[in-house]
Design a protein around this ligand. Structure first.
Ligand SMILES: [Mg+2]
Length: 359
């Protein structure tokens, strides 16, 4: 089997309320073969793929996944950073999809097949595209997600420079949903160390499940350890760190209690498997970043013993396209993903949706 062509598709869709919507672009990559099979990947930078990676893959056997991965990595790691890694990730996902289709098995089984159902958390409360940014407005969104059956919900704390506002958003949310659901916050590196320690102590009564990227990055590991001592919540991060060596450093420094490396920036399933094994050597679970692609993340989470939970921006939000991109639709039901037995990723692009939104 040979790769004949790499095709990039870009989908454009408005994000936010109709009055103030802005367009967001989503890339999809397709790997075509001489056997008529086609692999689907999402994300990556079409220019990096076209210029640096497609010439490397065309004419090659797509089943040599780890060899192709190493060659792609060697070709671009000095270059455009995250754009390069996400492009390798997108292509690696497509290679695994193809491999699954070749052997008639779903990717999650080929990667390890640890569990056939994975939990998902609702991600998207606090997105700045929402019209109501008040603590009550954000709490209402949390309640909406809780009512959809999600057992775990994350609030993005943009403009978290004011810790009082963060505590208030959490207090309002707990008031609406009670204490039973898992509640997480993402602070996006907003606080310095001392501020983070004080604020997580104030958040302790609300029993947060995890606190994500609470401290700024100039001395992250040191302060992540200090924050861990100050809270009973999990202190998590690492979504921006894609290489095995960068994640190893964070783990050796004791910075992370959950590894959140993005599935694409981490180099797809090939990179994700290595990162999962690395994290396991530190007794740490993984929960990859990527609210916009639960359709990909679920395969890695289902495959490995230390897969914790999948991030998922609910279908009600127009920040995501995963719920509309495929026919039949990819589904997250009651905060759970039932893994499909269909070969590869088990996904087929919805031609009507793609046609309508293609750039
Ligand atoms: Mg985050």
């Amino acid at each position: 089997m040979r790769i004949t062509k790499i095709e990039n598709l870009v989908i454009k869709r408005p994000v936010g309320p109709p009055e103030t919507a802005s367009n967001r672009e989503w890339s999809i990559v397709l790997i075509h073969t001489d056997q008529g099979l086609e692999g689907i990947g999402r994300g990556g930078d079409p220019r990096v793929i076209e210029r640096h990676l497609a010439p490397l893959l065309c004419g090659r056997d797509p089943r040599q996944i780890s060899q192709l991965w190493e060659q792609m990595y060697e070709a671009v790691w000095r270059g455009p950073g995250r754009a390069a890694m996400t492009s390798i990730g997108a292509l690696d996902v497509a290679l695994w999809d193809l491999y699954g289709k070749t052997c008639g098995q779903p990717v999650w089984r080929l990667l390890g097949g640890y569990r056939d159902t994975v939990p998902a958390y609702a991600d998207g409360a606090g997105y700045t595209s929402a019209p109501d940014q008040s603590p009550e407005g954000i709490a209402a969104k949390v309640k909406e997600f809780s009512d959809l059956g999600y057992d775990a919900i994350k609030i993005h704390m943009y403009r978290a420079e004011n810790p009082d506002a963060v505590v208030e958003r959490v207090r309002c949310s707990r008031e609406l949903i009670g204490m039973d659901r898992k509640l997480m916050i993402d602070v996006h590196h907003a606080w310095d160390g001392a501020e983070a320690i004080q604020t997580v102590r104030r958040l302790e009564p609300y029993r947060l499940y995890w606190i994500e990227e609470p401290v700024r990055q100039d001395d992250e590991a040191h302060y992540m350890r200090r924050v861990q001592e100050a809270t009973s919540s999990l202190v998590v991060g690492g979504e921006g760190e894609g290489t095995l060596y960068g994640v190893r450093k964070l783990l050796e420094e004791g910075a992370l209690q959950v590894v959140q490396t993005d599935i694409l920036a981490g180099g797809g399933f090939t990179g994700g498997l290595r990162l999962a094994a690395l994290a396991q050597a530190f007794h740490i679970p993984i929960a990859p970043h990527g609210a916009q692609y639960p359709d990909l993340n679920c395969h890695l989470m289902a495959a490995v013993p230390n897969g914790l939970i999948v991030s998922s921006c609910p279908p009600s939000e127009n920040e995501q396209i995963w719920s509309a991109l495929y026919a039949p639709a990819f589904q997250v039901e009651n905060g759970r993903i039932a893994m499909s037995e269909r070969p590869g990723l088990g996904l087929q692009l919805n031609p009507d949706f793609v046609e309508r939104h293609k750039v």
